[in-house]
Design a protein around this ligand. Structure first.
Ligand code: THU
Length: 166
């Protein structure tokens, strides 16, 4: 038996004003997208903005449904949309934020597990690191420079392709 440790590297900024211009802009776009979320059931409005290697920014927000599991998170809406318009362009950064109708969110919003899986796949497909910028409506900003920090031991195509028959 051997024991190993996985190190997670992340940066914390006191507020968006400490970010570089590109990251701040991406977060601003995510916040604007969150305002347009369709979240009548949870009232938890999430926004995501994806910066692509060609400089384009694609945004998305959570889309809920009366049949609850039919809805989709903001991160996946944004990434699937980005990949549908620019299938050959790598995502280089994604900003994630949320607005609550009840209490102002003052802590970073981190992506759910299913979104992490999708983010990890697009990072691998793109061939560069995907930076993840996370904030609430205000307060500290959490940044990781790769999905590897948010999803160790992820499931990926190499394992799948090794074992399925084609
Ligand atoms: N949600 C997201 O959009 N992204 C996440 O990473 C976590 C949760 C959405 C799904 C649902 O519409 C609402 O937030 C409450 O879970």
């Amino acid at each position: 038996m051997s024991k190993e440790f996985y190190q997670v590297e992340f940066s914390t900024y006191n507020s968006e004003s400490e970010l570089d211009q590109n990251d701040n802009e991406l977060l601003t776009q995510a916040k604007a997208a969150a305002l347009k979320a369709y979240a009548p059931y949870s009232t938890f409005k999430v926004g995501a903005a994806v910066r692509l290697a060609n400089g384009k920014i694609v945004v998305g927000n959570n889309q809920e449904n009366a049949a609850y599991p039919s809805g989709l998170c903001a991160e996946r809406v944004a990434l699937f949309y980005a990949n549908s318009i620019y299938p050959d362009v790598a995502p280089v950064a994604i900003a994630i934020t949320a607005i609550s109708d009840n209490v102002p969110i003052d802590e970073p919003i981190t992506p759910c597990g299913a979104c992490r899986q999708v983010m990890a796949e697009f990072e691998k497909k793109g061939g560069n690191n995907l930076k993840v910028i996370m904030q609430g409506q205000k307060g500290p900003v959490l940044i990781t420079n790769s999905m590897k920090m948010l999803l160790p031991f992820s499931f990926a195509d190499d394992i799948l392709l090794k074992y399925i028959s084609r």
